[in-house]
Design a protein around this ligand. Structure first.
Ligand code: DON
Length: 304
């Protein structure tokens, strides 16, 4: 039996002693206000036993981690048709790069780079009556937590500086891969990214991806084939141009966000979320990556 609590405590102690914590994302001004010394880690296993250390109950901006939830909802709504509008290949590029999008005629490489996530947001808007409300209700349902909410200050802050995302949405529109107007789609996208959740909430929300598509409320949201697709995309595309490094060092599917969160999972075994706001040069949480590498090395629980 692995003593997860002991492993998390050791990881937390190492994190506390680490000075080089990377750099906080400041291109969204609201994110720059967060204390760089925060560190949280939370793990939930298949039996729904919870283990945590550090600031694991403090909420932060989940940013791109939300792309896993929009993808889940879109797959549930339109199934395999989604792949006619967004591809499933790693990009090897940073999350906000646009050059491939032009080159590949408006079909984003995958649903986790920004242009791909903007297409997924467009799908949700086309299929939902009240997209922001229904998406929030969906996340609360899979999380089994009615307190999760958007942070409208963060959404507004990103809107003010979201020139790259406006460029991406306009390019998608010009290639006829956006059904709704740019403003509506980006308003939804900035809100999904502004969701605030703690490591404990994230780990428990990701439970459905280790449990064959069945969430904590015992509702089935995905077929096992769809879970396979989402987990495969997290492994190959979840960390942008650092996806190879994450698979190499950690060996788990996962997803990062520029708020400093990372969620990773081992199907049928556990989900784990970390939060440390300082990012490395590739835009992924510096201490989060180190913590997860330590977790899978010490427990010998990678998918490989
Ligand atoms: O679109 C953006 O730039 C942000 N809302 C999300 C970026 C992000 O989290 C990338 N992930 N590491």
């Amino acid at each position: 039996m692995i003593d997860f609590q002991h492993v998390l405590d050791t990881i937390h102690q190492t994190a506390q002693k680490t000075d080089d914590r990377g750099k906080i994302a400041d291109y969204i001004p609201e994110l720059a206000k967060v204390d760089k010394n925060k560190f949280g880690i939370h793990l939930v296993n298949m039996n729904q036993e919870n283990f945590s250390a550090g600031d694991s109950n403090e909420r932060f901006s989940i940013q791109s981690i939300s792309k896993v939830f929009t993808l889940t909802m879109a797959l549930g709504l339109i199934g395999e048709k989604l792949w006619t509008r967004v591809d499933v290949e790693p990009s090897g590029d940073p999350f906000n790069h646009l050059s491939l999008l032009e080159f590949e005629k408006g079909i984003p490489r995958n649903p986790f780079i920004n242009p791909g996530a903007i297409v997924v947001a467009d799908v949700l808007i086309s299929h939902l009556k009240n997209p922001k409300d229904e998406f929030l209700a969906f996340v609360r349902n899979i999380a089994d937590d009615e307190t999760i909410d958007y942070d409208s200050t963060v959404a507004a802050s990103e809107k003010q500086t979201g020139f790259h995302n406006y460029a991406a949405a306009n390019l998608l529109k010009s290639f006829k891969n956006l059904e709704n107007d740019v403003e509506t789609v980006l308003d939804f996208y900035f809100h999904q990214c502004s969701l605030t959740m703690s490591c404990a909430q994230l780990a428990n929300t990701f439970y459905l991806y280790i449990n064959n598509g069945r969430c904590r409320r015992k509702n089935t949201h995905l077929t096992s084939g769809q879970v396979k697709r989402i987990n495969a995309l997290m492994l190959t595309c979840g960390f942008y141009d650092e996806a190879g490094e994450f698979a190499f060092e950690v060996g788990l599917p996962g997803k990062s966000g520029v708020g400093g969160g990372i969620v990773a999972l081992h199907p049928n075994k556990f989900c784990v979320a970390t939060w440390s706001p300082g990012l490395n040069e590739k835009g992924n949480s510096k201490l989060g990556m180190l913590a997860l590498e330590k977790l899978t090395t010490e427990t010998e629980l990678s998918i490989f």
